[in-house]
Design a protein around this ligand. Structure first.
Ligand code: ADP
Ligand code: MG
Length: 432
């Protein structure tokens, strides 16, 4: 085993207080929205219709979704853990605006490790003689907040002897992040198993009422920390995924909620009228949600798509081109965006992407500390994530909360990529 420290900034980064508070204030609305999308078959079908024609991975997920619906959903308790990510867009007049980058509805990570970063930065500031500044860093404990949601779902499942199963990667590169959440569950006397898809296919089964058993133990909650990239799925793992989705166990997320987190859905949500359709009777939530949207554009076949494709080819630095992928490092920028779009602009392949306005934050200097990397000052930008957790029993939302925050910072020389991709590092907001 090889162990490295998690990468982090030497100093906390300045974050405008008003935008930080805005991000927290809209989180329950986003929870509500994701949950509503996940329950709206007609919307998911319509929205993803063009995508699944050309994107095999989304198509495969969608097929499982339909299969589970046809059989009848056995699960009655639903648990969502998401993270809504934002950047601070710097306007021409120098004022910053909160702009959502995306919402992660599966395997949203770093809630565990970031429960420790404020302590690190508090110490650094004290060493520098900045005691007052150190005292201003906010407490932050997403690990506890996420565990609270998992524990609630476990309790509502209603079997004392059932366990929580973390579905983890084949090669575990972020185990300590997960352990922080796991330990919170053990503290509540809830048993936790760590299993891979492969283990599920070898040791998993359903009984007549579709209760899930793995390695002889009944599973109340499946918490996916894996399963969002196509590369992990061979035929056997697809079958394991289907088994899990068919089961009565609470999946975090269920397959509908994973689909609700696709970039295509995000783009459709920004269309005038869509939020009103999905959240009738919630005009204030809709206004808060919409205020965080950046420009998002469909590349579906037709006049609208032709027009925006031509605009992006003419001025690629205004946009980001995004495929239906998660995990960082998949988006295209600048010249590369132009080349790819030029190549696919007349083919159906175009519809597997969306276009988004490029957010341009004001850079600041910091030191990025990463194992085995030289230490030097970098020009950096930050991305703020707010964790959301909710639990629904049948049609009733019994828990809906913001569960803490994550600040990730990267050097401006990298257009894309998160902490796992080796680009961004953990940070702590210093509110200004
Ligand atoms: P992924 O699902 O791969 O995490 P994201 O949409 O979060 O995809 O994009 C990955 C990274 O690319 C982000 O963390 C951010 O650094 C950068 N990025 C994404 N969208 C934009 C945008 N509209 N403007 C500027 N940077 C962006
Ligand atoms: Mg992301």
């Amino acid at each position: 085993q090889v162990v490295n420290y998690a990468p982090f900034t030497l100093l906390p980064s300045a974050v405008p207080r008003a935008l930080f508070e805005q991000a927290y204030a809209v989180q329950q609305d986003f929870n509500l929205l994701v949950d509503a999308v996940s329950q709206n078959k007609e919307f998911l079908e319509r929205t993803l219709a063009s995508t699944i024609k050309v994107d095999n991975f989304t198509a495969r997920l969608f097929r499982i979704y339909m299969q589970v619906l046809e059989e009848g959903v056995a699960q009655t308790v639903f648990l969502g853990i998401n993270r809504s990510d934002y950047m601070f867009d710097c306007g021409l007049d120098g004022t910053a605006a909160l702009r959502q980058i995306e919402i992660n509805t599966i395997a949203a990570s770093f809630g565990g490790l970031t429960s420790r970063t404020a302590d690190v930065h508090r110490l650094v500031l004290k060493v520098l003689g900045k005691t007052e500044e150190a005292a201003r860093l906010l407490p932050n404990n997403p690990a506890k907040g996420l565990a609270l949601g998992i524990a609630k779902a476990w309790e509502l499942y209603g079997s004392q002897s059932a366990v929580v199963m973390f579905l983890v990667e084949e090669v575990q590169r972020n185990i300590f992040d997960q352990r922080c959440v796991e330990n919170e569950l053990w503290n509540r006397n809830i048993r936790v198993l760590r299993k891979r898809f492969r283990d599920v296919s070898e040791q998993g089964s359903l009984d007549a009422s579709r209760r899930l058993y793995v390695d002889g133990q009944e599973v109340a909650v499946v918490y996916y920390r894996e399963g969002y990239v196509p590369q992990v799925y061979d035929q056997q793992n697809w079958e394991a995924r289907l088994l899990l989705e068919r089961s009565r166990a609470v999946k975090c997320p269920d397959i509908a909620t994973q689909l609700a987190g696709t970039k295509k859905v995000q783009q459709e949500l920004s269309r005038p009228g869509t939020l009103e359709e999905l959240l009738p009777g919630h005009p204030e939530a809709i206004a808060r949600i919409r205020a965080t949207f950046a420009g998002l554009y469909s590349l579906d076949q037709g006049e609208e798509g032709d027009r925006i494709a031509a605009t992006a080819i003419a001025d690629p630095d205004r946009f980001v081109l995004k495929p239906q992928r998660e995990g960082g490092g998949n988006n295209l920028y600048g010249e590369e965006l132009r080349e790819v779009l030029e190549k696919i602009k007349d083919s159906p392949e175009r519809t597997s992407y969306i276009l988004m306005d490029k957010i341009k934050p004001q850079p600041a200097l910091n030191y990025l500390l990463r194992a085995h990397s030289p230490l030097r000052v970098s020009e950096c930008i930050s991305e703020l994530g707010i964790f959301g957790v909710y639990v629904r029993q049948g049609r009733e939302l019994v828990l809906n909360q913001a569960a803490g925050h994550l600040l990730r910072t990267k050097a401006t020389e990298h257009a894309d990529g998160g902490v796992a991709a080796g680009v961004a590092v953990l940070d702590t907001p210093y509110l200004v």
